[in-house]
Design a protein around this ligand. Structure first.
Ligand SMILES: [Mn+2]
Length: 432
């Protein structure tokens, strides 16, 4: 399944061998950070000097010297114009949809699942693709447990290339698949309070939580990983009931009941927890902490956990602050926030767990600009394509928009918000 990709990776390994110095640019989310860690580790192991930097995207500047090798991870495939201007050898390790044609100035290798018969949206992430690259450079099978972070962070499925990586990790003893609940590790009470995936709506509701715990008759001070089989079952049923009552999207229930991935060589063995910690480091602009944790540097674990806790608390506070401001329109719901610290995590949680029956459009007005995050789910996306809705509605008011069917965004002028939302509603109604 990964054969075509391995062929490209082999060509990339030849460029690596030739290079004296390598510049790695990667994205700052969980997928990008773990991809960066995998590439960095594989280069460290062969003693190849490199420099790694995080970018929000390729609208930021890529710096290099002519005789160096540039590696673009979790980005590049969608920016042929930028890549075609880089006057150095280039390797792209990406899983985004290909746009246009890249006309390289020098040696060029493009490693992307879409070019190898795999669906890069669900079947392989940038960190998974980096893993294939790393194993063309040397034996880096132990990095399978980091390679899977991108799939979790980008909400992919454990199928295709991802399934193959998990299998390789299991066979070699770096990953273990366990029956259980996809929850963070830790004391039950704390996990239920701070969980964002799934979001359980216990934050700031201590009485409700105590009530919940006494009904299921499990001590909240118990470690989740120590619960008995019966306790896990009781807890799972109670959580599913709660999610259904909240009006959560059914898809989140399948994800939550699925198999649990245990990463045996990592600093945090719970895979969703490690992914979340790394993601929050990126969100908090502490990418190097996330990177160090992926490189198994114990010195950064405490700092990472601290960042994670702060991040979760902030998101939960924001959700409670804004959830009642969501307005119902004909074919969508919308929320207009001002100066919120972040937009997309709030939009994701509200749309997955509280307002799952219509597309949700969240606008954040900040520093004289309006940032829009639009979210729906696979079921709603059968009718409404939010990427298209965002693109058309933003164009109408002189802004720019696009993305994926279920998760899209736009940038518009603050004074255009009302007209934009009217247009979004009209387009959603037309499509549904
Ligand atoms: Mn990615």
């Amino acid at each position: 399944m990964l054969d075509l990709l391995k062929l490209q990776a082999k060509k990339a390994a030849e460029l690596v061998e030739k290079a004296d110095f390598i510049r790695i640019y990667t994205h700052f989310d969980a997928d990008g950070i773990s991809a960066g860690a995998i590439i960095a580790k594989s280069l460290l192991r062969i003693g190849k000097p490199f420099h790694l930097r995080f970018l929000k995207g390729l609208n930021e500047k890529v710096e290099y010297e002519k005789d160096e090798l540039v590696i673009l991870a979790d980005m590049g495939s969608g920016y042929p114009d930028v890549v075609s201007q880089i006057d150095a050898d280039v390797i792209i390790i990406d899983h985004h949809t290909l746009v246009g044609k890249i006309e390289p100035l020098r040696n060029f290798v493009h490693i992307n699942p879409h070019l190898a018969g795999l669906d890069g949206t669900y079947e392989l992430s940038a960190s998974g693709t980096s893993y294939v690259f790393a194993n063309a450079i040397g034996n880096n099978v132990d990095l399978s447990s980091i390679a899977i972070l991108g799939a979790i962070g980008d909400k992919q499925k454990l199928v295709g290339g991802n399934a193959e990586i998990v299998k390789e990790g299991v066979i070699n003893g770096f990953i273990e698949l366990k029956e259980g609940l996809n929850l963070y590790s830790g004391k039950l009470r704390e996990v239920l309070t701070y969980s964002l995936e799934p979001f359980l709506d216990f934050y700031g509701k201590e009485d409700e939580l105590e009530d919940f715990l006494s009904k299921i008759k499990i001590d909240g001070d118990k470690e989740i990983d120590d619960l008995s089989f019966e306790e896990i079952n009781t807890l799972a049923n109670a959580i599913v009931l709660r999610l259904l009552k909240m009006g959560a999207y059914e898809g989140v229930i399948d994800e939550f009941i699925g198999k649990k991935l245990i990463l045996k060589s990592e600093l945090i063995s719970n895979a969703i927890m490690l992914t979340d910690v790394v993601n929050s480091c990126g969100r908090a602009a502490e990418m190097s902490v996330g990177l160090a944790i992926c490189l198994r540097d114990k010195n950064y674990l405490g700092k990472g956990l601290e960042i994670w806790k702060k991040y979760r608390t902030e998101i939960l506070e924001q959700i409670n602050k804004w959830r009642n401001e969501v307005k119902d329109s004909f074919c969508m719901r919308y929320l207009v926030m001002e100066n919120a610290p972040s937009t997309s995590p709030i939009a994701s949680t509200l749309s997955r767990y509280i307002y799952a029956d219509k597309p949700l459009i969240v606008v954040n007005i900040k520093n004289g600009k309006a940032k829009v995050s639009a979210r729906s789910n696979a079921k709603l996306a059968e009718k409404v394509d939010l990427a298209e809705v965002m693109r058309l509605a933003a164009e109408r008011v002189g802004g720019r928009g696009g993305g994926h069917k279920v998760a899209a965004g736009a940038n518009i002028e603050p004074q255009a918000v009302e007209e934009f939302l009217r247009e979004v509603d009209r387009l959603c109604c037309m499509q549904s």
